[in-house]
Design a protein around this ligand. Sequence first.
Ligand code: GLU
Length: 318
Amino acid sequence: MSENKIVRGRFAPSPSGRMHLGNLCCALLAWLSVRSQNGEMVLRIEDLDPDRCKRTYAEQLCDDLLWLGLDWDEGPGKDGGHGPYFQSERRHLFEDALQQLMAQGLVYPCFCTRAQLHAASAPHAGETTFRYTGTCRGLTPEEIAEKALVRSPAMRFRAPEGVISFDDLFLGPQSYDVQTMFGDFLIRRSDGVHAYQLAVTVDDALMGITEVVRGSDLLTSTGCQIQLFRALGAESPRYGHIPLLVNPEGRRLSKRERDLDIGALRARLTPEQLCGHLAHLLGMLPSPEPLPAREMIPLYKTTDLSRATIIVPEDFAQ
Ligand code: GLU
């Protein structure tokens, strides 16, 4: 990225429920990073999955962000020339990208059923992701035509071999071998819904995003996305993955564990109080004094987040 290029960051939530503490931290840090560099903030609603996403959740999400003081320069209600800002209205753009990859021979149809996929692959060490072993990689045109008569295929990206390295804004140097971890990953499901990896890459490219700040649950996806950026001839953004939120025993926060969704927090705190608690949690303030989001901008430093986890105390914001 050239020195004088304006920073463009984004928050890209999926409206599948009310935001919780983890989403709030992502939204806040993405916003702080952009605002502290006088950049531009984009809000993109990732509502591709019709089974999980609802317009009312998206509306609530916008309302919650504005309540907290996290504004955007482009997004729902604010056209900045890169819209629409709802992924469900951008399917033609994902399809164009898929065709572009197909023309390069980088995509193939996969007819495996869920049961076949699970039988053929072992879960990756301690994770729920499955490595695709490449069953449909070498199908002949005749085999494809025959199988297509009985089943509509998913589409997979021929993930190149080799290690993808990037320098994470918070976690430092990272390296991932996509082929070993995931194999040829999905870019369109068999029901025609474009997969997250493709949609997020196409949108970050078309929206001119130069910086992505998001949760560490997406760290391993970054290698897939960098491969897609390269295949599409686009420049990948810089990435920063926020440390995992854990409870005092070191376990990942679960929604059931306690009342940390923004609805519950909003019911008992002012925006300034919640911002103060978040600033304290993220290592930006020695004690949780109330302050508006804007006053956090000069306090923000990436080094405060150079650690593996953020411990959320039992009595957070009580
Ligand atoms: N929409 C994704 C989610 O809510 C995040 C996408 C991203 O930040 O890359 O988990």
